[in-house]
Design a protein around this ligand. Sequence first.
Ligand SMILES: Cc1cc2nc3c(=O)[nH]c(=O)nc-3n(C[C@H](O)[C@H](O)[C@H](O)COP(=O)(O)OP(=O)(O)OC[C@H]3O[C@@H](n4cnc5c(N)ncnc54)[C@H](O)[C@@H]3O)c2cc1C
Length: 407
Amino acid sequence: MPQPLISFDNTEFAFEYKTEKQLKKARFLFSSMGRSWLVKLGTRITPWAIKAGLPIKGIIRSTIFAQFVGGETLEETAVVAKKLGEYNVKVILDYGVEGGDDGEQGFDHATEEFIRVINYAATQSNIPFMSIKVTGFARFTLLEKLDTLMHAAEGTLMKKYLKAIDDLSADEKEEWHRVRVRMMHICETAAKKNVGVLVDAEETWIQDPVDALTILMMDTFNKDKCAVFNTIQLYRHDRLTFLKASYTAAAERNFVLGAKLVRGAYMEKERKRAEEKNYPSPIQPNKESTDRDYDDALRFSIEHIDRISLIVASHNEYSNLLATQLLQEKGLSLSHPHIHWSQLYGMSDNITFNLAHAGCSVSKYLPFGPIKDVIPYLMRRAQENTSVKGQTGRELGLIKKELDRRK
Ligand SMILES: Cc1cc2nc3c(=O)[nH]c(=O)nc-3n(C[C@H](O)[C@H](O)[C@H](O)COP(=O)(O)OP(=O)(O)OC[C@H]3O[C@@H](n4cnc5c(N)ncnc54)[C@H](O)[C@@H]3O)c2cc1C
C-alpha cells in the first residue's frame, strides 16, 4: 500500500471556519453526549416533549440543532452552505423530513420542497447534490407492505417488485403510482438542472421497493452522467453482493451506477426488531465484518470506477484514506469525476477539511427543516455520538486540541 497522501490530524484546517465561541459550544455538547444516561433519557423524552408542545425548542435550537443542522429554512441554510464554500467544501442539501405523517398533502408538500432545493442548488457552485428519503413522500406502511410482498415473490428484484405491485389493492396501486410520479418529478428536475439526487437508505423492512424504484430511476436518468445515487448500507451482511448485482444490472442496461456507501445508522433498531419478530438479523455480527465489507465495497467500486460513480460517506478515517490510496494505486486523480467524499455537518471536520485541502471533491451533508421534522435525525446523531469508543471521544479530542492550539 502506498504512503498516505493526506493526514487528518491538522485541526487548524479542520476548524478554520469556526470561532472560538462555536468551538467551546461544541466542546460542551460533545461532553454532554458522552454521558450515555443523558443521551438515553434525552432521546426518550425529546420526541415526546416536542409532540406535547413543551417549550424546549429554544434549547434544542441553540445546542444539538446548531451543531448538526443548517437551519430551519433553506434561506438560513444557504448562509452555512456559502461559508463552507469559502473553504472548498461542497454541500449535500437535505430537507430533513422523514416518515411524514401528514398524508398525501404532506407528501406533495415535501416533493415541492425537494424541487425548490434542486432549483436553489442549481444556482450554487458548491451544491452538487441533494438527498431525499422516500419516506418523505410515500406512506411508510405502504412501503412496508410492498417490501413484504416482494419477499414473498420469486425472481430478480425487478420481477419481485412488479409482482408486488400487482398484488396491491386498486387504491394502493393508485397511491403507489403517485409515489412514482413524485420520484420521477424529483429525478427529472434534478437531471435537467445537473444536481445529483442521493436516495437515502432507511430501515431494511422498507428497502426493497426503495431499491427497485431507485434502480429504475438510474436506468432512466444515468445514461450519460450520474444523476441518481442509491445508498448501500454495509452493516447489512447482504449488501456487498447487492452492490455487485447492481453493477451487473448497470453494465447490462448500460447506465452509470450511483453508489453512496455508508455503514448504516439503524443498527439497534434493526437488531431489536429481528429479535422481537424472531427472524435472523440483517446486520453483520460485529463491527469488524461491517468494516471489512465497507472497505471491500470501496475496492470493488474503485476497480469499476468507469461505470460506478462513488460517494464515500463515512467518518471512518481508515476508509476515507483507503479510498485515496486506491485511487493513487490505480494512477487516478483524487479529483476523478466519479468519486466524492462526504461527512455529516457537525462531525469529522478534520476529515472533510483536510480532504478539501488535498484537492478532493468533498462535502458536508447538511440537513435543514423545522425542528419537529429533524428530531429523528438529531436523535440518531446523539445515539451515534454517545458510545465511549466511538465518535464522541474523537470529536472531543480534536476540539480540545484546536482550542489548546489557539491559546
Ligand atoms: C454523507 C452521509 C450520508 C449518510 N446517509 C445515510 C443513509 O442514507 N442511511 C444510513 O443508514 N446511514 C447514513 N449515514 C450514516 C452512516 O450510516 C453511519 O451511521 C455513520 O456514518 C457512522 O459510520 P462511519 O462509516 O462513519 O464509521 P464508524 O464510526 O467507523 O462506524 C460506525 C458504524 O459501524 C457500524 N457498527 C458499529 N458497531 C457495530 C457492530 N457491533 N456490528 C456491526 N456493525 C457495527 C454501524 O453502522 C455504525 O454506525 C450517512 C453518513 C454520511 C456521512
